[in-house]
Ligand binder design. Structure first.
Ligand code: ATP
Ligand code: FE
Length: 339
């Protein structure tokens, strides 16, 4: 079974080839145009996807060393994401499916993030999470805790009621005058700072849910007060601010994850989404895993961000179940993990 995966939900155009669960290629074209605007501009994103999609797919097929007619099916991201961006990937998939005479498989982007742990690579030792496992999905649009019962059977047991963790990173970075996306930059600067230099309040949210909008607001007010006293406050304290902010976000994330693991009795833990690349979060997860005897899975960097390999692997499992899409399938901007 050879699956061509297509990902175009936000600002990365990506194509990947997976043969029987093993990754042969994973090409990602990131869009630089958005940096100057402090966030992703939907119109520019879909235009860039249009420019990138054909060369990216060509390169993925070439690098995989296969020929086009060996492909068994094309899997593409149906949602959630930016509608204009999703349309480019889904239109391409429909065209490819018709031209090549192969079935089309629609993929939930969030399931893709969760299943990134099942991507095998040649020459890389493969550890596979068992079922059920708990997944902490932390990305630009989502922060949730999921019980993964099988490849395609997931249950959300906690989620953010407002902003996502990635948004908290990005919005606070913006307040400090940093470029978009701020998450990776905060991670880098935090390494030089003192995580206990400043204290920001943590939300009191029930059960396993998250909230990050209050943190952003209190961070903004805190800076505003400090700048009144010292107009160079941000520049002079940048590393400490990043370290303290990052620690607060990590504490919030870990607190509910530990609670979820205790409540469910599940010790098989996976993490995914862009924020799972955060070095502080990875360290906190490793420390907790050591302490609580968790069997922890952290994706390699290329699989934390948006990529088509995770779409192709999800397509592989749907292919085996015969779950194909019709030509009139439409993309959805908003989708939960079970849609
Ligand atoms: P979703 O998957 O929910 O639709 P998305 O695809 O936009 O959202 P991802 O691409 O998975 O989200 O993740 C992007 C987010 O990850 C951004 O908010 C970015 O700041 C954050 N991020 C990336 N690297 C790091 C890092 N090292 N530390 C903290 N945050 C990071
Ligand atoms: Fe994503």
């Amino acid at each position: 079974i050879i699956i061509l995966g297509i990902e175009s939900s936000c600002d990365d155009t990506s194509a990947a080839i997976i043969r029987n669960g093993v990754l042969l290629s994973n090409i990602i074209a990131s869009q630089k145009v958005h940096e100057a605007y402090g966030g992703v501009v939907p119109e520019l994103a879909s235009r860039a996807h249009q420019q990138n999609i054909v060369p990216v797919v060509d390169q993925a097929i070439k690098q995989a060393g296969i020929s086009r007619d060996e492909i068994s099916a094309v899997a593409y991201t149906r949602g959630p994401g930016l509608l204009g961006s999703l349309l480019v990937g889904s239109s391409f998939a429909k065209g490819f499916s018709l031209a090549a005479g192969v079935p089309m498989i629609e993929i939930n982007h969030l399931q893709g993030h969760v299943l990134a742990h099942f991507i095998q690579e040649e020459g890389v030792e493969f550890r596979e999470p068992r079922f059920p496992h708990l997944n902490l999905l932390v990305s630009g649009g989502n922060s949730q805790i999921i019980i993964v019962r099988d490849h395609l059977e997931m249950e959300v047991i906690g989620q953010t009621i407002d902003d996502a963790a990635g948004e908290a990173f990005d919005k606070c970075a913006k307040v400090m005058g940093m470029p978009y996306p701020g998450g990776p930059l905060i991670d880098k600067l935090a390494k030089e700072g003192n995580p206990n230099a400043f204290e920001f309040s943590k939300p009191r949210i029930k059960d396993l849910d998250y909230s990050f909008s209050g943190l952003k607001t209190s961070f903004l007010y805190f800076l505003r007060d400090q700048i009144k006293e010292n107009e160079n406050f941000i520049e002079e304290n940048q590393a400490d601010l990043c370290a303290s902010l990052q620690k607060t976000i990590i504490d919030i994330l870990m607190d509910k994850l530990v609670k979820a693991a205790k409540q469910t009795g599940i010790k098989e833990i996976t993490v995914g989404g862009g924020v799972s690349a955060n070095s502080g979060l990875q360290n906190a997860l490793k420390a907790e895993a050591e302490k609580r005897k968790w069997n922890l899975f952290i994706p390699k960097f290329a699989f934390t961000m948006d990529n088509a390999a995770m779409i192709a692997i999800t397509g592989y499992y749907k292919f085996k179940k015969g779950q194909f899409a019709a030509q009139d399938a439409v993309p959805f901007a908003r989708m939960s993990i079970n849609d």
